[in-house]
Ligand binder design. Structure first.
Ligand code: GLN
Length: 487
């Protein structure tokens, strides 16, 4: 049961083969027994109360498609009841007086919250090792990282601790952990999913999205998760869509753009092999491959690592020991209190980004760094529009390698930044992107570590991406593979 899809579980709920309470209890006991460190907070009493309410609405016939199904939230989404920590000491005891819009939507749909998921501090990172609450293990190989920053989300799904999770993606944090843990995840078009109550990292890039085993499940989740929110000034007002409406369309005539910049130096051969095999599978499904170029790809790293820290330094100025969370115990005056609170409350990576951000925004450097980065950001977005005149979807790897060993890159932030090369530009352009499992590469001692294929679509083409992913999942079984001890 724990490794089933939402779709399968919902059939069992509807036929009364299982109750929402039984389902929630089963997942709660798996969470309690797990050594993955995927959850930061669980509260069985709160969860079971939600499950009981779900059972009541199933019995009374008022249930929606997702009522009674469990979900867990990345600890970036604020929730009433559970703590909302953003993986930081700064917020380690913080509870929110309101639910994030996304959390509210899932509650209204009757989904049962299993708890809050571990993540890199303020979503800064790609291995989940920057969390105040400790690293998360990859269920496929517990000596490896799960990816980040939504590492807890990906590991919890892959490890059978929840059938679905929310994630957030600023520069790859849904797609990359989904890839490294062998599950499916989609980062929607910027503005699709409300950021209200999503603890901010870089506001012009942050976007929430679903993570689950299949594209079909992600579509069901996105139906609930997305929509205009007057509380978010960058939320986009569009007619509600059924993201599962196009799943069954065949792929004959689909043009897949294959960017040459995504297959160059730095791409590990085992990852490349799995990606090429997946592309060949798409050809069998009726698609044709088109060579394209995204010439500004390499600039996405410096551009992102100017813009994201700039916005972070501004967003994180609110954590001053007065308004939210942690405050230093001893200090002499107000200035000393700010200084000690922020020195003690933030981890190294967050401090590094605040420093870089403050620097690139400072008088004298603003034009040279921040403004310049914004201009190149525009050019990166134009690259994609040029590419979409030649193809319907772009495909390539999510990450240059499979999951690396826990601890192996912690002292080398730049090595982590460089590994974001294939995901950053999509975020900078605000485009939707997803990751689906397409095979395995080789980890240490011959372990299998998953490989994810990235699908990038034009603005608001989520339904098309999910269709393209679903057709692959009908033809292959990578999304049905499970880590050895999660069955
Ligand atoms: N790895 C990138 C970073 O460290 C992306 C993180 C994210 O998408 N939240 O900033």
């Amino acid at each position: 049961m724990p490794t089933q899809t939402l779709k399968a579980l919902s059939t069992q709920l509807k036929s009364r083969a299982i109750s929402a309470t039984e389902l929630a209890s089963d997942y709660l006991s798996r969470i309690a027994a797990s050594d993955l460190n995927a959850f930061i907070s669980v509260d069985p009493e709160l969860t079971l109360a939600q499950a009981k309410a779900a059972d009541a609405s199933i019995t009374s016939g008022t249930a929606s498609a997702l009522t009674g199904l469990p979900i867990a939230h990345k600890d970036i989404f604020v929730t009433v009841g559970w703590t909302s920590t953003a993986g930081s000491k700064m917020l380690s005891d913080y509870t929110s007086p309101f639910d994030a819009t996304v959390v509210k939507h899932f509650r209204a749909a009757g989904m049962v919250n299993l708890g809050k998921l571990n993540c890199d501090e303020f979503a800064m990172g790609s291995s989940n090792e920057n969390s105040f609450f400790g690293a998360v293990k990859n269920p496929w190989d517990k000596t490896a990282v799960p990816g980040g920053s939504s590492g807890g989300s990906a590991a919890a799904v892959a490890g059978g601790l929840t059938p679905a999770a929310t994630g957030t993606d600023t520069g790859g944090s849904i797609r990359q952990p989904a890839a490294l843990c062998g599950i499916t995840g989609i980062k929607p078009t910027y503005g699709r999913v409300s950021r209200y109550g999503m603890i901010a990292f870089a506001s012009s890039l942050d976007q929430g999205g679903p993570m689950a085993w299949t594209a079909e499940d992600c579509g069901l989740l996105l139906n609930v998760m997305s929509g205009f929110d007057p509380h978010d000034s960058t939320s986009i007002s569009r007619e509600p869509e059924d993201f599962t409406r196009a799943l069954d369309k065949n792929l004959k005539g689909l043009k897949i753009g294959v960017p040459k910049e995504y297959f160059g130096e730095g791409l590990a051969s085992d990852v490349e092999q799995a990606i090429r095999n997946a592309l060949a599978e798409y050809e069998k499904l009726g698609a044709t491959l088109v060579d394209i170029s995204l010439p500004k790809t390499s600039l996405s790293i410096p551009v992102y690592y100017v813009i994201a820290p700039a916005e972070a330094s501004s967003n994180l100025s609110r954590f001053d020991g007065v308004r939210y969370g942690y405050r230093a115990k001893e200090y002499t005056d107000l200035g000393d209190m700010y200084r000690k609170t922020r020195s003690e409350g933030f981890g190294d990576e967050v401090k590094r980004r605040i420093l870089v951000g403050a620097y690139v925004l400072s008088h004298g450097y603003y034009d040279a760094y921040y403004l310049q980065a914004q201009k190149i950001r525009r050019l990166i977005a134009q690259d994609f529009q040029q590419a979409f005149t030649q193809c319907d979807v772009i495909m390539g790897p999510v990450a240059p390698t499979v999951a690396w060993g826990l601890g192996s890159k912690v002292n080398d932030p730049v090595a982590n930044y460089l590994a974001d090369i294939y995901t950053l530009s999509t975020s900078l352009a605000g485009l939707p992107g997803m990751s689906i499992p397409v095979g395995f590469g080789q980890g240490a001692k011959n372990t299998n570590r998953p490989v994810g294929l990235q699908l990038i679509g034009n603005y608001f083409c989520e339904a098309k991406l999910l269709n393209i992913a679903h057709q692959f999942q009908l033809a292959t079984d990578w999304h049905q593979r499970r880590p050895a001890d999660s069955a």
